[in-house]
Design a protein around this ligand. Structure first.
Ligand code: SAH
Ligand code: DHB
Ligand code: MG
Length: 224
């Protein structure tokens, strides 16, 4: 199988099951025009996030890694009217593009974007007594994934769902000797999922328009 086939099948799935959405299209357009990296989840992955948040009946969501707000908007659309989503972004330019996109989606009242490195803003959230969150989506710098897992647990309750993007890295995740800090971060994260007594987890490989990667999903099984 080739990238071309994966993309063609993703197009087929998306044409069938993910209705055209002018706002989300504009989000991707404006992100590309602003020179942001194309690291957003794909449309069918965005819808998966929405469906998981709906199954979870999430009212509070924490996202680590906003980029242009594409996954932010998918997740926020799963929330009830009184729900809220907090998204953390370190890059001021990404945050500015995301703010415009969140306005475009008319979600400014529901989304709180916090600018700063997540390892600085997560302790602030905890100090403010925010959380527990019903769903936490980890999708920022991969070397920090082990730290993000620890914070995700702190900001969880029994029944919270923790989802992480990019846990397969084109298959590089099985290379224990990799000198890529992102691969090592993802490996350590997966090992923490395995060893933590507080979660029950699995991971799925994905292929599609975003190449070959994967999601990890963990259910928090004990109160924190
Ligand atoms: N979730 C987005 C994609 C996020 S890409 C989507 O699917 O649409 C990863 C983002 O994490 C980038 O915008 C990057 O600037 C941000 N990031 C990288 N290091 C970070 C850090 N230490 N703290 C917060 N955000 C960070
Ligand atoms: C990268 C980050 C992402 O969140 C993603 O979905 C794809 C790639 C990256 O940093 O390379
Ligand atoms: Mg990602």
């Amino acid at each position: 199988m080739t990238q071309e086939q994966w993309s063609a099948v993703d197009r087929y799935i998306t044409d069938l099951l993910v209705p055209l959405d002018p706002v989300l299209d504009a989000v991707l357009q404006s992100s590309a025009t602003a020179g942001l990296p194309p690291h957003n989840v794909s449309p069918n992955q965005g819808k998966l996030l929405l469906l998981l948040a709906r199954v979870q009946e999430a009212r509070t969501i924490l996202e680590i890694g906003t980029l242009g707000g594409y996954s932010t908007i998918w997740l926020t659309r799963a929330l009830p009217a009184d729900g809220c989503l907090i998204t953390l972004e370190a890059d001021p330019k990404h945050a500015e593009v995301a703010r415009t996109n969140i306005e475009r989606a008319k979600l400014t009242d529901v989304v709180e974007l916090r600018l700063g490195r997540a390892l600085d803003t997560l302790p602030q959230l905890a100090a403010e007594g925010r959380g527990p969150f019903d769903l936490i989506f980890i999708d920022a710098d991969k070397p920090s994934n082990p730290d993000y897992f620890a914070w995700a647990l702190k900001l969880s309750r029994r029944g919270s769902l923790i989802i992480a993007d990019n846990v397969v890295r084109n298959g590089a995740v099985i290379n224990a000797a990799s000198d890529d800090p992102s691969v090592q971060g993802v490996r350590r994260f997966n090992e923490l999922l395995a060893s933590s007594p507080h979660v029950s987890a699995t991971a799925l490989q994905t292929v599609g328009s975003k190449g070959y990667d994967g999601f990890a999903i963990a259910l928090v099984t004990a109160d924190q």
